[in-house]
Design a protein around this ligand. Structure first.
Ligand SMILES: Cc1ncc(COP(=O)(O)O)c(C=O)c1O
Length: 459
């Protein structure tokens, strides 16, 4: 491997920027998912590892020629799958420049600028989400890792209060804890619990209502050996658990409350929506994503703890060659040691949009979700849950027809929606999360979904 000369660096980076811009300009007109020819062409990548070098220009040319047409265009305004954010322009541009910087944010001494932007972005996120002064946010790979971080912080804090030091004594022989969560907890919560040493037998799943909210009246007694995991934004319906009644009771009993708010926590930025989260600020830890509703490029999760020492108890790791101290150092607050300076892109998105821009984005997505539901309901599709946020669940007659419509939409390439099973019935799932989506996009998607219903012949 040889260092590139300045002319080559300039030429290659200019070429990359030109190709990136061309891709983004064309995104709204591309098929939203690759067709058979584009997928078949991917075999061109499947070569033996070459012995000789390939020019960087040629690497980039191949990536664009074969790779770009095989992308799922999730930032062009017609993708409604999973909960997928689009691409905020400021965050994208910042990612390009920060990529050139190639900073490691583990310790401030490794990158003062990354440390500063990471700290500012973390503070802004907490303020924007209405979380308590003193809360500490830290960036990570996604809400799955953020859930793991909050659950580990809660586990070790509960054990510390019981006189057990996990760092010193480990987990074997520790006082038994249990977890209380709703039957609708996200799969990433169960994965995180497993990683944190909780098996299914230690998890009490509380009944949820027709919107997927945990039933506060069915909560068991919550004591100092209990880790409660609540949810802001059900992945199917968008509904949030009732925080007020549960958080108060949990804290009266000495329990820890973690909130999985991967996308739903962003409802806090809207005065019209924030009552859905009443009491969420009283929790002990929160997980969210910037790559979902904030439209920051992948990957950007955020773990937040009410008290920084609860993160430090789990993650601080000092060694002689590392600079220790009281300053904020992401490696002492998160799973990773070396890490990309993810906070830079979130900082850019927050600065470029301001409070007002984010509030508008969240409210516009919710209005577009209602437009989807109204448009489909007007054509006698069945909307399975009230649209309270940015998620829509819709069904076309029976399970088989619903699945056939989903398959036809996905094959058509004009828009993309996924499927799910909601309370025993198959449903199409539409998530409105991309800054690029317009009213015209939703009208076109409704028309396409109804065309597919006609095509499967059951209209
Ligand atoms: C409610 C909820 N929690 C957690 C996650 C996991 O997030 P990530 O994929 O960023 O790890 C998701 C992803 O859709 C989610 O919707």
């Amino acid at each position: 491997m040889h260092p590139a000369g300045p002319d080559e660096v300039s030429a290659v980076l200019a070429d990359a920027a030109r190709r990136a811009a061309a891709y983004r300009r064309a995104a709204p007109d591309r098929p939203v998912a690759p067709g058979p020819a584009e997928l078949a062409a991917l075999t061109a990548f499947d070569t033996p590892l070459p012995q000789e070098p390939t020019s960087v220009a040629s690497v980039l040319e191949q990536l664009d020629r074969v790779g770009s047409p095989a992308t799922v265009v999730s930032n062009g305004g017609r993708y409604f799958g999973f909960v997928t954010g689009g691409t905020d322009l400021a965050a994208e541009a910042a990612a390009i420049l920060a990529g050139a910087w190639d900073q490691n944010v583990a310790l401030p001494v490794m990158s003062p600028v990354a440390a500063q932007l990471d700290a500012v972005a973390a503070r802004w996120v907490c303020e924007l989400l209405g979380l308590p002064a003193g809360a500490t946010a830290t960036f990570c790979g996604g809400a799955s890792v953020a859930n793991l971080s909050g659950i580990l912080a809660g586990r070790d804090a509960l054990l510390a209060r019981l006189g057990w030091d996990v760092g010193e004594q480990g987990l074997w022989g520790a006082p038994l804890l249990r977890v209380v969560t709703g039957t609708e907890a996200h799969v990433s919560v169960h994965k995180a619990l497993r990683l944190a040493g909780f098996g299914r037998r230690q998890v009490v799943e509380v009944e949820t209502d027709e919107a997927g909210r945990v039933r506060a009246d069915r909560m068991p007694a919550l004591d100092e050996r209990t880790l409660v995991v609540l949810q802001a934004g059900n992945v199917n319906t968008g509904a949030s658990d009732p925080f007020d009644p549960v958080v108060g009771r949990a804290h009266d009993g000495g329990a820890w409350v973690h909130v999985d708010g991967a996308f739903g926590l962003w409802a806090a930025v809207s005065p019209r929506l924030r009552q859905q989260l009443a009491g969420v600020e009283g929790a002990d830890s929160w997980a969210t994503d910037a790559h979902k509703w904030l439209n920051v490029p992948y990957d950007a999760g955020i773990a937040i703890c009410a008290r920084e020492e609860d993160l430090r108890r789990v993650f601080a790791a000092d060694a002689a060659y590392l600079v220790a101290g009281a300053v904020r150092a992401p490696m002492h607050l998160s799973v990773q040691m070396s890490q990309r300076a993810r906070g830079i892109e979130t900082w850019a998105a927050l600065l470029a949009n301001g409070r007002q821009g984010i509030e508008e984005l969240v409210e516009r997505c919710c209005a577009l979700a209602r437009q989807f539901a109204d448009g489909l309901a007007a054509a006698q599709a069945e909307v399975l849950a009230p649209v309270v946020l940015n998620q829509v669940l819709v069904r076309f007659g029976d399970d088989a027809t619903t699945d056939a419509v989903i398959a036809a939409v996905q094959a058509g390439g004009r828009c993309w929606a996924g499927g799910t099973t909601w309370q025993g019935r198959r449903a199409m799932r539409l998530s409105v999360c991309d800054v690029a989506i317009t009213e015209a996009d939703v009208d076109a998607a409704v028309a396409e979904i109804l065309r597919c219903r006609r095509q499967v012949g059951r209209d």
